[in-house]
Design a protein around this ligand. Structure first.
Ligand code: CP3
Length: 345
């Protein structure tokens, strides 16, 4: 089943001397070819909904660097848009959405099963990629986790502390739970279609899991991830799932067992040695080089890269950054990281 693709072998539990590599946000503004294609598309959302150009930007980092995996080019906020929210990106600032803070707002959203017409271009991008990727490169589909997507839908934008979502959770738990429920169902439907279109792995991005504590972490990070993973495994046995409860800290330990994910992606706030002892004991891990090394480079990059490879060398590991590569990164530093991981540094 895992075949010869390195990424799938690691996800099946194989420890390798040279781990597979890919990078979060590997298609992005640090690449001149991405900026050119985005300009051709007009803007970011037009790029997401143009299957030929979205496939093109997905392939660019594969051609340039020879990564072991490609990640579908799209965004976690396409799901709220498919549910009927307004979405736009303010240049230099980030996403803006119409908000969901009342029962009436929730009632205006579409049912989870009604997202597919809007998202059809994304499924088409996956089909193009499944055809065009080199045979050794695995295709990763993705969605945002319900909590993270809800934080944007409640606030109407990114927030430093997810305050509006926490306030709704406390002030109107029934409404908040209903929003999480809608997003959980939509995410299952969306990822299922990506798999049917050719995604070989899916990743659930819970970028703001770190602001959930105690019982709230169980209820809004663990439980939805478990439901999504179980539903996907029933429908698509053999498709691995990567969970990314970013900044979960000590809650990374046991996350794979609690949710059923095949791999836990780690941010760079946890020491790789700690994560090897407490997270990798349950299976594959992904991560966790500090993305700042892609800006600063040099011997510190080489040393930190070797430390991550070494710390996880005893078990299944996918080399990655702890979060997305940033626009000011230097592509030469990405090459240096890859050469270091592959023993050519
Ligand atoms: O990793 C990849 O290369 C695949 C594509 C991808 C994008 N967004 C493209 C993107 C993925 C997997 C995402 C996920 C995503 N989107 C997350 C979860 C992961 C994370 O970073 O924590 C979140 C929170 C979002 C929401 C989002 N999209 C924000 C907050 C922003 C603005 C911040 C920024 O970097 O500008 C985006 C825009 C976005 N999504 C860009 C890209 C390449 C930059 C858009 C541009 O080209 O101007």
């Amino acid at each position: 089943m895992a075949g010869t693709k390195k990424l799938l072998r690691a996800l099946a539990g194989e420890a390798m001397e040279v781990p597979p590599i890919w990078m979060m946000r590997q298609a992005g503004r640090y690449l001149p070819e991405y900026r050119a294609t985005r300009a051709q598309a007009g803007d970011f959302l037009s790029l997401c909904y143009n299957p030929d150009l979205a496939a093109e930007v997905t392939l660019q980092p594969i051609r340039r660097f020879g990564f072991d995996a490609a990640i579908l080019f799209a965004d976690i906020l396409l799901v709220p848009q498919a549910l009927g929210a307004d979405l736009w990106f303010e240049t230099g600032e980030g996403p803006r959405l119409s908000t969901v803070t009342t029962e009436e707002d929730l009632a205006r959203l579409k049912p989870a099963g009604a997202i597919h017409d809007h998202l059809a271009p994304v499924y088409e991008t996956v089909r193009i990629l499944a055809r065009e990727l080199p045979e050794e490169v695995a295709l990763i589909g993705f969605a945002g986790a319900p909590w993270t997507v809800a934080t944007y839908m409640v606030a109407g934008r990114g927030t430093p502390d997810q305050g509006p979502a926490h306030a709704l959770m406390a002030g109107n738990p029934a409404l908040f739970d209903a929003l999480i429920e809608r997003l959980t169902e939509a995410t299952i439907a969306y990822l299922s279609r990506q798999i049917e279109a050719g995604a070989e792995v899916v990743k659930i991005f819970d970028s703001w899991a770190g602001s959930l504590r105690g019982a709230a972490f169980d209820r809004y990070a663990v439980a939805p991830c478990r439901r999504i993973t179980q539903a996907l495994k029933e429908r698509h046995p053999g498709i691995p799932v990567i969970g990314f409860p970013r900044e979960a800290g000590d809650r990374y330990a046991g996350f794979a067992r609690a949710t059923g994910v095949d791999c836990v992606a780690l941010d760079n706030s946890v020491d790789p040695e700690w994560a090897a002892a407490h997270v990798q004991i349950d299976g594959c891990v992904q991560g966790n080089l500090d993305p700042r090394h892609m800006v600063t480079g040099g011997p510190a990059l080489v040393e930190a890269t070797r430390r991550v490879v070494e710390a996880f060398s005893g078990g299944p590991h996918i080399f990655n950054l702890g979060h997305g590569i940033t626009p000011e990164a230097d592509p030469a530093n990405v090459q240096l990281m890859i050469d270091t991981v592959r023993g050519r540094g």
